[in-house]
Design a protein around this ligand. Structure first.
Ligand SMILES: CC(C)(COP(=O)(O)OP(=O)(O)OC[C@H]1O[C@@H](n2cnc3c(N)ncnc32)[C@H](O)[C@@H]1OP(=O)(O)O)[C@@H](O)C(=O)NCCC(=O)NCCS
Length: 285
């Protein structure tokens, strides 16, 4: 196959979104797991956002002028996040995914990102093997958790929408827990009106960009995260991602009727500090 690669543009959204939908649907159906993108318009919407947002770099693969796959790099914060990567089911396992990964890693390196991360579905042996071969370290087993909104509050923990004035406190908290901020993602989430903060004794002790597959959260303690989860109106996408080794938080969720949908794995290259606090990663990291 003569395959070429180039940076994606807005007009690629339909083709990339269709391949993304088909590739993710095929692997999920084969293992009887829920689809990551429940409908074509969802994957087209995600790719369209990434192809037009200046904080994302998208690379596409073409054969005879026809798109056969794409990959994206989230460049909005200090650590870069990869995904979604998808190859047309007819040309998988032929090296296209490896080359699309190599290209975003090269981009991250040339832009000086100290670390690159991703989250993969634990049931997908090929993606696990590919990322491990490329140098990614498995860092954290994750549980994707879904269920009805808890519609409850936790005494002493006040949750409210985040505003621009909260950014500094949230970023300081993120830095204390992770050793880096996610300032770019958080700024977008505040602008979109999805971010929340939890306050204890009048100070910010946790925040969530949104409690969802695509969102992340940080708290000084599990109680702070519980307050944010308890106040969430819904858990968007397949579910929110919870570090499985945080058994107390997992048990708290399970005790309130939430269910584990699937296991996933956080993988990293470069800068990584063992988190010093409670957190929920997003599907990019
Ligand atoms: C995952 C995906 C992007 C990989 O792309 P691809 O073009 O199929 O993969 P490649 O051929 O480039 O690389 C696969 C590598 O894994 C290896 N591999 C595959 N299955 C393996 C297994 N079970 N054990 C060990 N190695 C395995 C292959 O030998 C190859 O290694 P190599 O590059 O050293 O030769 C693609 O299959 C896809 O789109 N899947 C559906 C969507 C998806 O799951 N995306 C990833 C979400 S995390």
């Amino acid at each position: 196959m003569a395959i070429t690669f180039r940076q994606g543009v807005a007009a690629d959204a339909a083709a990339c979104g269709r391949i993304c939908f088909e590739a993710f649907a095929q692997i999920a159906d084969a293992h009887n797991f829920p689809r990551e993108f429940p409908a074509l318009e969802v994957s087209v919407g995600v790719l369209s956002m990434m192809l037009t947002h200046p904080g994302y770099y998208v690379v596409v693969a073409e054969r005879d002028g026809e798109i056969i796959g794409s990959n994206a790099l989230d460049e909005r914060s200090l650590i870069a996040g990869i995904g979604p990567i998808s190859i047309s089911p007819t040309v998988q396992d032929c090296g296209v995914g490896r080359e699309l990964m190599r290209r975003v890693l090269e981009r991250a390196h040339s832009r000086g990102f100290p670390g690159v991360r991703l989250v993969q579905a634990a049931y997908h042996n090929r993606s696990l093997a590919l990322y491990a071969k490329l140098g990614f370290e498995p860092r954290e087993p994750l549980s994707c958790v879904q269920g009805s909104a808890l519609n409850t509050t936790i005494a002493g923990y006040a949750v409210r929408p985040a505003v621009e004035g909260d950014l500094e406190a949230c970023n300081q908290l993120g830095f204390r827990v992770h050793g880096h901020t996610r300032a770019g993602d958080l700024r977008d989430a505040v602008a979109h009106g999805t971010a929340t903060v939890v306050e204890r004794d009048g100070r910010v002790t946790g925040y969530a960009s949104v409690i969802a597959f695509y969102g992340h959260a940080v708290g000084e303690t599990n109680d702070d995260l519980q307050a944010l989860i308890a106040a969430a109106p819904a858990f968007g996408g397949p579910g929110f991602l919870l570090p499985t080794r945080n058994g107390n938080l997992l048990r708290w969720c399970l005790g309130r009727g939430l269910r584990v949908v699937q296991a996933m794995t956080l993988m990293t290259i470069g800068l990584y500090n063992e988190p010093r606090g409670a957190y929920l990663p997003s599907v990019s990291y």
